[in-house]
Write a protein that binds this ligand. Structure first.
Ligand SMILES: Nc1nc2c(c(=O)[nH]1)N[C@H]1C(S)=C(S)[C@@H](COP(=O)(O)O)O[C@H]1N2
Ligand SMILES: [Mo]
Length: 413
């Protein structure tokens, strides 16, 4: 949210003159204007949001490497189709992939004896599983941080929940045999570093062994019943739901079982790490292990996928509103909506997840008391009682973990 002095008085409340100008520009009254939080500019006047609203289709954030965001209203499907999945590449998609001769090697300090499998061998040897899994980029929502945090300026659309098919990593690791001192796994991939230097890795991340051994941690070759698309890791990738999607290594060729925290590319510095204690927005902090910790499960979050922000609705009619909610390793317990800037909340209907680590669908019918400009705000609470913040949470140099409540603008008239 951008707060500018031309809109707000010294105490952070919208100026009377601004309010009058806004009412004139909207051609309608801002209902509950007296409830607008301090320093809060209604969405319709937020330039960034207006620009975002112009894109009818996927938003290209960068072409080299490819980073493509999904507008939130396109994420309305219960199972995200490939055409609407965001793409996050740290390097260059591998050229000339030979799937028939592709192998997965399991090695590292904590395996008894390294072993390799072709994709056919994985399919023959282990039982396949299909799970719907929420993958959200750790930097989803980064554009909300002020001052600007470094990295792709994702809005809220770097998340998807597709149906992945593969074998359980725990079954493969049981077949290989791991030692008692295993604490972490790390993946290695075939994509190229943006510099094309073959000695550099674009990204090589991992998770603690307890997460690696969960039932839903898959080595997958299919998404939504089809072979993986090239952008999403063809022919083989890790899929680890609920954690920053950066741990779900695409174009996977090796998994190392480590006797220490994995030390691959983007495991250190400010990459996918946040300060251990709150810092001032914009503050410089040495990226040491004392100061920074690795992000694990993603925080509770929700998204309004229908209607699209800016919807015009007929006065007196109920508006059906819906979306999804997810909560890292937890389940979502409640989703609530507010049409009066958070003064009062209504509880939504919430479905159970189809399986652990899948997002949950919620819906509600909203009745607006009068004509005018409204915002619908959504917030989710997980089964530990943790609720999404209304405002952008703790600023951090990498711009991670922005789970502020999402909001849409609605004009009733
Ligand atoms: N090999 C490899 N794996 C990768 C990446 C990458 O650049 N290279 N990007 C990671 C990041 S940061 C994210 S958010 C997800 C994105 O997955 P998607 O492009 O299939 O949506 O892939 C992860 N796995
Ligand atoms: Mo990411």
């Amino acid at each position: 949210m951008v707060s500018s002095n031309s809109y707000f008085n010294r105490r952070g409340f919208l100026k009377k003159s601004t309010l009058a100008a806004m009412t004139a520009a909207l051609g309608t009254e801002i209902v509950f204007a007296d409830k607008l939080p301090k320093g809060y500019l209604p969405l319709i006047f937020d330039e960034k949001d207006a620009l975002k609203g112009k894109h009818a289709d996927m938003i290209v954030l960068s072409e080299r490497p490819w980073n493509v965001e999904t507008p939130v209203h396109l994420l309305d499907d219960k199972v995200t189709p490939v055409s609407k999945m965001f793409i996050r590449n740290n390097g260059l998609v591998p050229e000339r992939v030979d799937a028939a001769n592709w192998t997965l090697t399991i090695n590292g300090e904590s395996v008894k004896k390294a072993k390799s499998y072709t994709i056919d061998e994985l399919k023959k040897r282990f039982k396949p599983y299909t799970y719907q899994l929420t993958l959200e980029c750790g930097g989803n929502g980064r554009a909300g941080f002020v001052p600007t945090a470094s990295g792709n300026q994702w809005g809220d659309g770097a998340v998807h929940c597709a149906e992945w098919t593969g074998v359980r990593l725990k079954d493969i690791l049981a077949d290989v045999g791991i030692k008692d001192d295993a604490v972490y796994i790390g993946y290695y991939s075939k994509d190229l570093h943006p510099s094309r230097d073959p000695n550099k890795s674009a990204i090589s991340r991992g998770v603690p062994i307890r997460k690696a051994l969960e039932n839903e941690t898959l080595v997958a070759w299919a998404v939504n019943g089809q072979p993986l698309p090239e952008f999403h890791g063809y022919p083989l990738r890790l899929v680890i739901g609920g954690w920053p999607a950066s741990v779900s290594g695409k174009w996977l060729h090796t998994i190392a079982v480590r006797n220490k925290v994995h030390d691959g590319a983007k495991m250190e510095g400010t990459s996918y790490r946040v300060p251990r204690f709150p810092i001032q927005p914009g503050e410089k902090l040495d990226a040491t292990d004392e100061n920074f910790k690795i992000i694990e499960a993603m925080p509770v979050k929700s998204m309004i996928t229908f209607p699209k922000s800016g919807a015009m609705i007929e006065a007196g009619k109920k508006l059906p509103v819906r979306g999804h909610a997810w909560a890292g390793d937890q389940q979502v317990k409640t989703v609530q909506l507010s049409v009066d800037y958070g003064a009062t909340w209504q509880t939504c209907k919430l479905e159970a997840p189809v399986n652990r680590l899948a997002w949950q669908h919620w819906s509600a019918d909203v009745q607006f008391p009068t004509r005018g400009y409204y915002e619908v705000w959504a917030r989710a609470t997980d089964d530990k009682g943790v609720t999404q913040p209304m405002l952008v949470p703790a600023w951090n140099p990498g711009g991670y973990l922005n789970n502020a409540c999402q909001r849409i603008a609605v004009k009733v008239g």
